[in-house]
Ligand binder design. Structure first.
Ligand SMILES: [Zn+2]
Length: 996
């Protein structure tokens, strides 16, 4: 930097920090403080205001981890302050480096009206624009002493993440709680100086614009009397006017700013704290909206609106009012900002339907776009699902976190597995927590990939990751950056308006095909297995509850439990939030998630059982209720089980066993490993010659950071093959051959049952693990005798193909990838699939054997990271996987569904014909339910599962008055197709409404 430049920069920096900013408040007067620390959990504000308060000395400590302390502040405006702008300044012991991660409070007036929140970067409370001397002041603070879990000792294990283990010691020490006179002109000067100081740093070193700004800054400081800042601030500002009035260049980049807070629905705090975070943040944002006519604030997640509606109605009323005025923008159309990699297609559909229905009912609006700044990668099924739900745009920025490859577009079309395309934007600023700093604004201009053909990008502006949101400093900056030479133009804008303009100017956008894989956070497919398993069970339980309740409602006139199903779905959708289902929250959150999943499953099973009882009637026949559309007696209905007449043989060989039925022959060694699995029809062996499948492999797994999130690729360099078996035994159980293997390793033990049923080509591997490891990753390996170009892993309503090679850095970065119920590996005429009941991660390698190239697939079973939950995954887990020998897309899909949706046997009298069934190859029924509008119509969703074109028909087993297509969220669609017959394109999803 030029000597003169650095002298000016140093001068402005020091004067701004040491003199101007401290002069924003010219005088202060202490408030009288009393407190009441609650013994337990938070209470409603009305109760808080009525508590008994004890004297409290400012400067003393308060607040154990997760505690709530009510503060009562009283005082009087000093006589000499009449006509001045007066604020309260409250420092609860904040560290300004960590907004969102520490103590916070919501401020109430004596009558219970919320004022705004205070947090590390927003410590003021408005009292009066023109105060009256002698006016008495009474404020109440509901203060939360949430512990700092991340920044001081990043990624070190801590017991503070659960109220059951956290320390009772106070965490914070108050600094000041006072009334103060706010000097608007000094505040404006501070922003003038900051904006120009930050802007000049981004300009060419000796360019005239930078030089003129530096001269203006020097001139301004020459006018400033450092002992009389308030009196001379206006004079100093006058020297900066020309520099701030100089307009932006015609070609300057345009930034659509949207106020934002990114309040994670749970993360390093429990769900109950998020409810309060939302109340705090939204009360501050409505206050800012009232005081800045241009400012727009956007908030996603219908769940967060519903929380404040229920728990903080006084805050919600203000939000509703601001929404009606078009200033507070409900965004995203989802129930929560969910993970999109692991939930089923039905769950994604419900994220959209519950989200949009809430926004419509409460505000009379629908979101036009999906707003997901922070989830960890995006499934290639999303473009179709978003389009079929009626969305027009998609927004994220997380892919900028890629470890290796820089994503090549910022505005582009994203194409999914079915060919649907969605207009998508990533902000080139690479953040969802913008402060509108000069550096961030310049970065947008510099990095925007479409600079040749487009002119605009989005900036979400505000403190996020726990809330706080936008500040008056940021809106002040936005005002100065609206039209400023050398800067991008910044304008508050609704994302809908941005997307309309961006689409209009980008006439030939680039296309990105397939998943938006995040080259980071690969451990989120595996961490917190109980949460993953709970999600899988709850998803299936709700689908079955809907199926049987619908069948009973239509056939027998039974009441359909709409309210109860809504309640359960919303609970499930919340658990799919992008830090809960991925396993990246504190212990408290996962402890509650496990209990919630168990409750959802139990309640959904109660609904299903009651409906099956109605359908079965009184009798003593054993009826098999099959909840899937693909196999067994009466798919989607119930019928007596038929005896197969098939058998399986079990013979001992070389200390191990051979399992054989008409379809396959499986060889298990004395160590319990599978060395051969031959398909009878083709004679092909699934297992690569000279290798062992069903091999547990234990890796050291200690990533450089983000423990629960990340698996770093070097984990592979250290591995223990768990070959040794403590015991091996076998027997026939009800005609099924079962081999039981027991293994102990490190501090853990497992018991695995390998079974083969008479009529099945799937070897089922049920593993019960007592897992007590630290920083380990457990894989289950299957070296397959297949020279496969790709693996095909199930996602929502279909599967996606990933190359098995690592020719390019993009493939190499995908060293841990996602699946739902199956991953299929195949040559043109023979394939093998691995299915599972509760896991989501796998990796693939191309290996070489004497016979040529083979493909090894390894399922990711368990991890043991220590941050943020120090005991992640400790305890007992049951994980069932299956090796499907001779698999095709049809049989892999079927095996995956069957493993997760076993039939239920009920004693009764009546066969139950399916309410609906489908004919047509590859068509799967995904859900059968009564319509959300409670009209009694039946809604059925089907999809093409093989990635091929197909035709078929829906067979409706009840009197109806027509079938017509509706959107994914049950909206009427123009020119809807009607009738029972349909032609589907690859992976097409179709939702139909059957009128009754
Ligand atoms: Zn987040």
């Amino acid at each position: 930097m030029h000597e003169e430049t650095s002298l000016t920069v140093g001068r402005v920096t020091r004067v701004l920090t040491e003199r101007v900013t401290p002069a924003i408040y010219s005088t202060s007067h202490p408030l009288t403080v009393k407190t009441h620390q609650l013994d337990g959990e938070p209470i409603p504000p009305a109760h808080g205001l009525a508590l008994d308060f004890a004297p409290f000395e400012v400067g003393s400590a308060w607040g154990p981890a997760w505690g709530t302390t009510w503060f009562k502040l009283t005082g009087e405006v000093p006589a000499g302050w009449s006509g001045r702008r007066v604020e309260a300044r409250i420092d609860l012991g904040f560290d300004i480096n960590m907004p969102g991660f520490q103590c916070e409070a919501l401020v109430y007036r004596a009558d219970g009206t919320p004022v705004k929140s205070i947090n590390p970067r927003n410590q003021w409370v408005p009292i009066s624009d023109a105060a009256e001397g002698g006016e008495s002041i009474e404020l109440y603070l509901e203060a939360a002493s949430n512990p700092v879990l991340l920044d001081y000792h990043p990624f070190l294990p801590t017991q503070e993440g659960d109220i059951e283990t956290s320390s009772p010691e106070p965490l914070y020490r108050t600094r000041h709680m006072e009334l103060a006179v706010f000097e608007p002109e000094v505040f404006e000067l501070s922003l003038d100086l900051e904006v120009l100081l930050e802007l000049q740093a981004e300009l060419p070193e000796t360019g005239p614009r930078r030089m003129r700004i530096l001269q203006a800054l020097d001139n301004a400081l020459d006018r400033l009397d450092l002992q009389r800042i308030v009196a001379t601030a206006s004079d100093a500002r006058a020297q900066l006017r020309d520099a701030l009035d100089s307009p932006a260049e015609a070609s300057s980049h345009r930034i659509a700013a949207v106020g934002h807070a990114h309040i994670d629905s749970a993360w390093l705090w429990p769900v109950r704290e998020t409810i309060r975070k939302v109340a705090r943040t939204t009360s501050s944002m409505t206050e800012l909206i009232e005081n800045d006519p241009d400012f727009l604030y956007g908030m996603s997640s219908a769940q967060q609106y519903e929380w404040i509606k229920e728990h903080r109605p006084e805050v919600y009323a203000r939000v509703k009012d601001a929404v009606a005025k078009g200033r507070f923008l409900p965004l995203g159309g989802m129930w929560v900002e969910s993970d999109t990699v692991m939930p089923t297609g039905e769950s994604i559909a419900r994220q959209f339907s519950y989200g949009q229905r809430f926004f419509e009912k409460e505000f009379g609006i629908r979101s036009k776009g999906v707003w997901l700044p922070d989830s960890f990668g995006y499934s290639p099924a999303l473009p179709q699902l978003m389009r079929r739900a009626g969305f027009e745009w998609f927004f994220t920025q997380k892919i900028s976190w890629n470890q290796r490859n820089v994503f090549p577009h910022h505005s582009f079309l994203w194409e999914g597995i079915d060919g649907s395309r969605m207009f998508t934007h990533f902000p080139p600023m690479d953040t969802y927590n913008s402060q509108l700093s000069g550096e961030e604004v310049a970065k947008s201009t510099r990095q925007f990939r479409e600079n040749r053909v487009a002119t605009q990008s989005i900036a979400p502006v505000g403190w996020g990751d726990g809330g706080g949101g936008t500040t008056r400093e940021m809106t002040g900056k936005a005002r100065r950056l609206a039209d400023l030479e050398g800067s991008a133009r910044v304008q508050w804008q609704h994302p809908d308006d941005f997307f309309d303009a961006a689409k209009a100017e980008l006439t030939d956008p680039a296309v990105w095909v397939g998943e938006l894989y995040l080259e980071l956070h690969r451990g989120t497919l595996t961490s917190q297995h109980a949460t993953k398993a709970g999600n899988r069970r709850a998803e299936q339980a709700l689908i079955e509850a809907e199926l049987w309740a619908t069948t009973a409602a239509v056939r027998d006139g039974a009441a359909y439990p709409h309210d109860e199903l809504d309640r359960l779905w919303k609970l499930l959708l919340l658990q799919q939030f992008h830090d809960i289902l991925p396993g990246t929250s504190i212990a408290w959150v996962h402890r509650e998630a496990a209990a919630t999943f168990a409750a959802i499953v139990a309640d959904a099973q109660t609904i299903a059982a009651a409906a099956r009882r109605v359908l079965a009637g009184e009798g003593d026949r054993k009826l098999v209720f099959n909840p899937t559309s693909i196999a067994g007696p009466a798919p989607l209905g119930a019928a007596p089980a038929a005896a197969s007449g098939l058998s399986v043989s079990l013979t001992e060989r070389d200390g191990g066993f051979v399992l054989e039925n008409d379809l396959v022959t499986v060889v298990i060694t004395a160590e319990g490993l599978i060395t051969s699995a031959v398909d009878t029809a083709t004679g092909r062996d699934a297992i690569a010659p000279g290798t062992e499948a069903n091999l547990f492999q234990l890796h050291q797994d200690f990533p450089n950071m983000w423990d629960a999130w990340d698996i770093d690729h070097f984990y592979r360099n250290r591995v223990d093959d768990l070959r040794a078996a403590e015991s091996l035994s076998a027997q026939l159980v009800d005609g099924t051959a079962e081999v039981v293997v027991e293994r102990s390793f490190s501090t853990s033990a497992l018991r695995q049952t390998i079974s083969l049923a008479p009529d099945s080509a799937t070897v089922v591997l049920r593993t019960e693990i007592d897992w007590n490891e630290t920083e380990k990753l457990l894989k289950l390996a299957f070296p397959l005798d297949l020279q496969a170009a790709t693996t095909e892993a199930e996602t929502q309503f279909g599967f996606h193909s990933r190359p098995t090679h690592v020719n390019t850095s993009w493939e190499a970065a995908k060293f841990e990838t996602s699946m739902h119920r199956f991953v299929l590996v195949r040559e043109p005429d023979f394939g093998v699939a691995l299915v599972n009941d509760s896991i989501y991660g796998y990796d693939t390698t191309r290996d070489s054997t004497d016979a040529g190239v083979s493909t090894t697939v390894r399922l990711s079973l368990l991890r043991a990271p220590r941050f943020p939950d120090p005991d992640t995954d400790h305890g007992t887990h049951v994980i069932t996987t299956g090796l499907v020998i001779g698999a095709t897309p049809e049989s892999a899909t079927a095996a995956g569904i069957e493993l997760n949706a076993p039939a239920t046997v009920v004693t009764g009298a009546n066969n139950v014909a399916p309410l609906v069934s489908v004919s047509g190859e590859g068509i799967v029924v995904s859900s059968v339910k009564l319509a959300d509008d409670r009209s009694g119509d039946v809604v059925v969703r089907v999809y093409e599962s093989r990635g091929r074109r197909t035709t078929g028909a829906l067979n409706v087993g009840f009197a109806h008055s027509g079938i017509r297509e509706v959107s994914l969220i049950e909206d009427e669609i123009p020119d809807a197709r009607t009738g029972a017959e349909f032609a589907l394109t690859p992976f097409e999803v179709r939702t139909v409404r059957i009128a009754r």
